[in-house]
Design a protein around this ligand. Structure first.
Ligand code: SDX
Length: 396
């Protein structure tokens, strides 16, 4: 309410755009990538097939799949100079600070040869980004623990290569368990795209100026870091650990009381969504994956899983959450899976950024390919001072 207008704050957070990539029905809890239900993709496809679908609009046949995998595989290395970029960071720097720098730093190697308005340049930039993100995330991790960087291995799968670069050392290989490799691949699929979320809208707005795609994706990485967005998986794991430290399942009621006390500012991390006012379909798939991975690792009794399952049950029956249509989202179980795989908590959002890169670049390329697109210029509702004259300082 101002002297001039009465307006709906929600109006300021909706920026309409037209896209044919991902469809969400928040009331039905439905998510489709290019028309395919996420449940079918997560069960019948792998991440690179999903990348092909998001980028080109169709799932690949066997020949196209082999060609696409080969193209991505042969772009997984990064310029050796990137190592020196990393060395400028403190070892304990947050991985998302490092990733924001590294992804933006890719511009330095490809900016001069990338004209965003050239379709072939857009395609190779997409391939380079999809291929190099696992290498960069693994380099950020290795740097933080003082271990040497591991080069990608072309004979490994996309997820398997990431696990190799994360956990192998020059002294010994990392034995990639098929269950963990499949679980990680499914995490990548579930996070690949999600319509016009905050980071995708950031990438579109940033890219609409004609800047190079690497810089635009770096802007998406920075936005995803926030705890209300991609940072929620790290915050959710920390929340489960906090409840564990408070005394575990028996203390869930105390924690929920804090959440209900708005003055505490405490949120139920991994719950709620700007669009889903029903169950996030990804959360169900993530819970299944979580149980499969923990069973394979003999961690069925993982205390944090017990807390998560109990917390979900209590929240889904509690009027405060039910009346606000708050359900688990993609971040609620993903942290437990990643932690079980051995990925350290601070790296969770970097893994989300790795997986979301294909969605960001597909959405950016879709926008740039539209000859009608113009630089984004959201308008505002001015609610500041009306026109007035400057007084001499002695009269202020
Ligand atoms: C992602 O947009 C995307 O698609 C994002 C994403 C993607 O794939 O890109 O899906 C990924 O970002 C998922 C969301 C991850 N964030 C979290 O889990 C953080 C915790 N969630 C909240 O911060 C919150 O739910 C938001 C930010 C996600 C949505 O906030 P909104 O828009 O305020 O939600 P709402 O309008 O539905 O809230 C209704 C009410 C409000 O209270 P009242 O003013 O009505 O009293 O519910 C409250 C909110 O304050 N509320 C919560 C809550 N989420 C909303 N209260 C406690 N805990 C929560 N998690």
């Amino acid at each position: 309410q101002t002297g001039m207008f009465t307006y709906d704050p929600g109006f300021l957070s909706t920026a309409a755009c037209q896209s044919g990539i991902t469809y969400i029905d928040g009331d039905k809890g439905e998510l489709l990538y290019r028309g395919y239900p996420i449940e079918q993709l997560a069960t019948n496809c792998d991440y690179l097939e999903t990348c092909h679908l998001l980028l080109y609009g169709e799932l690949p046949d066997a020949k196209k799949k082999a060609e696409f995998n080969d193209l991505v595989t042969h772009h997984t290395m990064v310029n050796e100079q990137m190592q020196f970029f990393l060395r400028g960071f403190r070892r304990d720097a947050h991985p998302m600070a490092v990733m924001t720098g590294l992804v933006g730093g890719l511009s330095a190697f490809y900016h001069d040869s990338t004209d965003i308005n050239n379709p072939e340049h857009r395609e190779i930039a997409a391939i380079r980004l999809i291929a190099k993100m696992p290498t960069l995330v693994a380099m950020a991790y290795k740097y933080s623990i003082g271990q040497p960087f591991m080069y990608p291995k072309n004979e490994l799968s996309y997820a398997g290569n990431f696990l190799h670069m994360m956990f192998a050392t020059p002294c010994e290989p990392f034995k990639v368990s098929p269950t963990l490799e499949k679980a990680l691949d499914r995490i990548f699929i579930l996070h690949a795209d999600h319509e016009q979320n905050a980071s995708t809208s950031t990438v579109r707005l940033c890219g609409s100026s004609g800047t190079n795609p690497f810089a635009a994706i770096a802007a998406g990485v920075a936005c995803l870091w926030g705890p209300a967005h991609g940072g929620a998986n790290e915050a959710c794991l920390n929340m489960l650990q906090e409840i564990q430290d408070m005394g575990g399942v028996d203390k869930i009621g105390d924690f929920i009381a804090k959440v209900k006390d708005k003055s505490s500012g405490v949120k139920l991390m991994g719950f709620g969504h700007r669009v889903y006012k029903n169950y996030d379909p990804r959360a169900k798939l993530m819970q299944e994956t979580c149980k499969e991975v923990l069973a394979e690792l003999g961690l069925e009794n993982d205390p944090l899983l017990k807390i998560a399952v109990a917390l979900e049950k209590i929240a889904l029956e509690d009027e405060y959450f039910v009346s606000r249509k708050l359900y688990p989202n993609v971040d609620f179980y993903s942290g437990i899976v990643q932690r079980a795989i051995g990925i350290p908590v601070p790296l969770f959002t970097a893994v989300f950024a790795l997986a979301r890169t294909v969605g960001w670049i597909a959405q950016l390329n879709e926008m740039i390919a539209d000859p009608e697109y113009k630089i984004g210029r959201p308008r505002q509702l001015f609610v500041g001072s009306e026109r007035r004259d400057v007084k001499p300082i002695a009269q202020r």
